[in-house]
Ligand binder design. Structure first.
Ligand code: S3P
Length: 431
């Protein structure tokens, strides 16, 4: 399915952003491992998260969706699913579930995924799990078989900082009493740590000379609880960047997760001269949330260092769009991981910008964008089956001189199923 975004409208009003994808996966997995019934409000009902819901059901948890949109999960001792667990397009589902299953004695399971996920590297997960004593294939790619066991401990250096790797290790470690510690020179998103605490697990986080050290404490049994999930800052990035670049715009997204390990894009946009206002900050189920309002302004180019990337890893396509509208050369460093996301995102960004008349170059892990304050557009973009590339170039089309088309727009449903309706709701011309 193709979609086209046409310029000309100022975007105004409230963009209703669905629940955070990372927190939604974690809520389902922890609820399925916990004793009792967990009620989840604001779960993201996207393809990726539904893959995790089906998976935890296959492991024995009871999963129900109430008429009011609340999800109710009753945890159970995990058993072996009768069929392979299909994680679809979701790296988070595959990697976190592999970790959880590895620490469950007696559970035997094979994980599979779609074409994109089957190309993504998995040794980063299977290697530390094997070090803990798990029965896991050493293949770098799905399908991968896991034979759950009582595991030993690990003291793991997580480089480059990956929240999925850290989370897989912590989930695997829930079934052992041994020392489980993950050290990151630059911290990756800490939703697992926050949610494990919410479910009653002891997790210590220390700022040490080696880096940010996360360890499981003595109490590792999970108890059911209530979870309210905030809006996803990675999804909010598209309507909010659209507001920053489309003249006359003024858009607000409410109750967005503004955990400092997720707000890199918003900090950089502010440094670029973005007109950003945060209000109504509060803690919700352990996570900081706030309303974010962005109004159109003229943008300056940015310099982003490798240390800033973990807090904005999924927002680079949206940032690249903002850089295309800035006046001058932007430089973003430390982007090696973008080569192994849902697509080679760095390659897709450069190809897409170039097709839209914006000069951009990437070497191994750096991206330079030569903005001229305005963008020609008028291109058809190959998204390589990547939801965020599709949304980024539709965003660009809203403020370019001529419309922009994207292919494979159906992939948007993996993370932001109501994207087109939400964008139309603030006045975007997408169809
Ligand atoms: C995620 C972590 C990030 C991010 C991904 C979701 C998570 O990947 O890119 O979309 O939910 O833990 P890393 O594992 O590379 O940090």
């Amino acid at each position: 399915m193709k979609l086209t975004a046409a310029p000309g409208s100022a975007l105004r009003g409230e963009a209703a952003i669905p629940g955070d994808k990372s927190c939604s996966h974690r809520a389902l997995i922890l609820a399925a491992m916990a004793e009792g019934e967990t009620r989840i409000e604001g779960l993201l009902e996207s393809e990726d998260v539904l893959a995790t819901a089906r998976a935890v059901e296959a492991f024995g948890a009871e999963v129900k969706r109430g008429a009011d949109g609340e999800w109710i999960v009753r945890g159970a001792p995990w058993s072996s699913p009768s069929e392979p667990v299909d994680c679809g397009n979701s790296g988070t589902a595959a990697r976190l579930l592999m970790g959880a299953a590895a620490g469950m004695p007696g559970v035997e399971v094979t994980f599979t995924g779609d074409t994109s996920l089957s190309k993504r590297p998995m040794k980063r997960i299977t290697a530390p799990l094997q070090r803990m004593g798990a029965g896991v294939d050493s293949s770098d790619h799905l399908p991968i078989a896991v034979n759950g066991a009582r595991l030993g401990g690990i003291d793991y250096r997580n480089v480059p900082a990956s929240a999925q790797v850290k989370s897989a290790i912590l989930l695997a470690g829930l079934g052992t009493e041994a020392r489980v510690r993950v050290v990151e020179p630059v911290p990756s998103r800490d939703h697992s740590e926050i949610m494990l605490s919410l479910f009653g697990c002891e997790v210590a986080v220390d700022d040490t000379p080696e880096g940010w050290a996360v360890s499981l404490g003595g109490k590792r049994r999970l108890s059911a609880c209530g979870v309210k999930i905030g809006a996803d800052p990675s999804s909010a990035a598209f309507p909010l960047v659209a507001a920053a670049i489309a003249p006359g715009s003024d858009v607000t997204a409410r109750s967005v997760i503004v955990n400092p390990l997720r707000t890199g894009l918003y900090e950089v946009l502010e440094a670029m001269g973005g007109d950003i206002e945060l209000s109504n900050e509060r803690i919700q189920s352990g996570e900081l949330v706030a309303d974010i309002r962005i109004r159109h302004s003229s943008l300056q180019p940015c310099r982003v260092s490798a240390e800033q990337i973990p807090a904005m890893i999924d927002e680079v396509p949206a940032l690249a769009v903002a850089c295309a509208f800035a006046d001058g050369e932007s430089l973003i460093e430390g982007l090696g991981e973008l080569r192994v996301k849902e697509s080679d995102r760095l390659g897709a960004i450069v190809a897409g910008l170039t097709a839209c008349g914006v000069a951009a170059v990437a070497d191994e892990d750096r991206l330079r964008i030569f903005g001229k304050g305005q963008v020609r557009g008028g291109a058809s973009i190959a998204t390589s089956g990547d939801h965020r590339i599709a949304m980024a170039f539709l965003t660009l089309g809203l403020a370019a001189q001529t419309p922009v088309e994207v292919d494979e727009a159906e992939m948007i449903a993996t993370s932001f199923p109501g994207f087109v309706e939400v964008m139309r709701g603030i006045g975007a011309n997408i169809g």
